[in-house]
Design a protein around this ligand. Structure first.
Ligand SMILES: O=P(O)(O)OC[C@H]1O[C@](O)(CO)[C@@H](O)[C@@H]1O
Length: 436
């Protein structure tokens, strides 16, 4: 690879920030997208390839000796993908016949030709493409097609969170139905989104300290607090309804999702909470179906009786259908912004319409709600949703990408004056609500 300057010149990189009211893209050198494609994602890919080499014996023991050639092939292809990104290669159609290939290929086909490379296309599309591409490398093999190459990292993250999980479990067994308790739990859930593995390119972060003290301490970092409206949407309803949670990360965040879901069921705020997992390994730590079941079993088997009781209770709620895993939807792992859901996946949109509240977790879901666009920071959330209003909806997001809306006048400027990287660290958060 040539020098940074050669790369930038060759690929028409613009030396500046993303202009206002523009699609985010790695094309802008001072954007987080540029750093993501130059540094973070190549590092994620290197970790996958290195782990395949390091874990070879374990993989052979699990998938059989015949998997050796697949391990070599996938290692090679993942490294190739890394090189393709570092040389701003093209986004090519998927060759295989998987259920979502057609949707992906139709999407790629509609992109203007000059925009079909990692650094020229919208950041959201390129990053989703990369995770879909990794999945297709493994799916094409005879023995590793079902292998979740992120599962070890997700399980380690869960194990590292046991102290925090136990403290939360002990503090939440005798909750009351009231807006104060709900406020604590929704904020606990919001700050749980700090623990995602993709912002750190896979480096583990152990949640420490008392989670409820943190909720209080972090109050000034919560830039928009729509909790009261969310509570109204739940408390004012019949209790017979459905709440959908569009999952983000496994580990501690998933645990706090389930703590909130348990409260919603136990306090009669809804009859069912439906969880929406990812169909393929996604952004390192996103929850897949097997992560959900693994987490419940991990808790149920835990030697600590409080955690074990929690795990068994959540398994029971799942058996009773009060916790429900929604059918897998490839839409969540497609490149589409959510405002395009009614056209691309009308049945999913209709399903979300059944809910009294839809909770979108995390930074990537926020990017998909807003459509990777440099909105004015004071633009209203409703405007930025571009008509996506299947039901009452809210977003619980710690800020890890350079886009936002709904802030008061001058707030973003003050934050930039304090720290020019304030949008990239997960230090700040928002709870934004839009009614149906
Ligand atoms: O797990 P989350 O909160 O969706 O965050 C996903 C990550 O993906 C990004 O949106 C892009 O890589 C980051 O900003 C963030 O680190």
């Amino acid at each position: 690879m040539g020098s940074e300057t050669d790369f930038d010149a060759k690929n028409g990189i613009v030396d500046g920030p993303t202009p206002p009211h523009t699609e985010l893209a790695a094309l802008y050198k001072q954007s987080f997208a540029y750093y993501t494609f130059r540094v973070r994602l190549p590092s994620t890919l290197a970790t996958i390839a290195d782990s395949l080499v390091k874990d070879k014996d374990v993989l052979l023991a699990t998938y059989g000796a015949a998997a050796e050639a697949d391990i070599e092939q996938t290692t090679k292809e993942v490294r190739q993908l890394r090189d393709d990104i570092l040389s701003n290669g093209p986004l090519l159609p998927f060759g295989e016949n998987d259920s979502d290939s057609e949707v992906w290929n139709a999407f790629l086909e509609k992109l203007p030709k000059e925009k079909r490379t990692y650094f020229s296309v919208c950041w959201l599309y390129a990053e989703c493409y990369m995770y879909r591409k990794i999945s297709s490398i493994f799916r094409a093999t005879a023995h590793l097609a079902a292998y979740d190459y992120f599962s070890q990292q997700k399980q380690t993250a869960t194990k590292l969170s046991v102290d925090a999980m136990l403290a939360v479990a002990k503090a939440t067994r005798h909750n009351e139905r009231n807006s104060d308790t709900f406020r604590q739990l929704i904020k606990l859930n919001l700050w749980g989104n700090r623990c995602d593995l993709s912002i750190t390119s896979g480096k583990q972060v152990k949640p420490t300290g008392n989670a409820f003290d943190q909720v209080t301490d972090l109050e000034e970092k919560l830039l928009i607090d729509g909790t009261a409206e969310v509570w109204k949407a739940l408390d004012g309803a019949s209790g017979e309804g459905i709440v959908d949670i569009i999952f983000d990360n496994a580990g501690y965040e998933l645990y706090t999702d389930l703590i909130l879901a348990e409260y919603i069921i136990d306090k009669g705020l809804a009859a069912k909470v439906r969880f929406n997992p990812k169909a393929i390994p996604w952004f390192i730590s996103d929850v897949m179906e097997h992560d959900f079941h693994w987490a419940l079993q991990f808790l149920a088997d835990h030697p600590d009786p409080v955690l074990s009781e929690v795990g068994k209770k959540w398994q029971r709620l799942t058996t009773e259908g009060k916790f429900e895993l929604s059918p897998l939807e490839h839409f969540w792992t497609s490149p589409y912004e959510f405002y395009r859901m009614p056209e691309v996946n009308p049945s999913l949109y209709d399903r979300l319409k059944e809910a009294q509240l839809v909770i979108f977790k995390g930074d990537l879901n926020y990017r998909k709600l807003l459509g990777d666009f440099s909105w004015d920071s004071t633009e209203s959330f409703e405007t930025c949703l571009r008509g996506f209003r299947p039901s009452n909806l809210c977003t619980l997001r710690t800020i890890k990408a350079d886009l936002i809306c709904g802030l008061g006048a001058g707030v973003a400027d003050q934050l930039f004056a304090k720290d020019k990287e304030w949008m990239l660290t997960g230090e700040y958060g928002v709870i934004q609500f839009a009614s149906k």
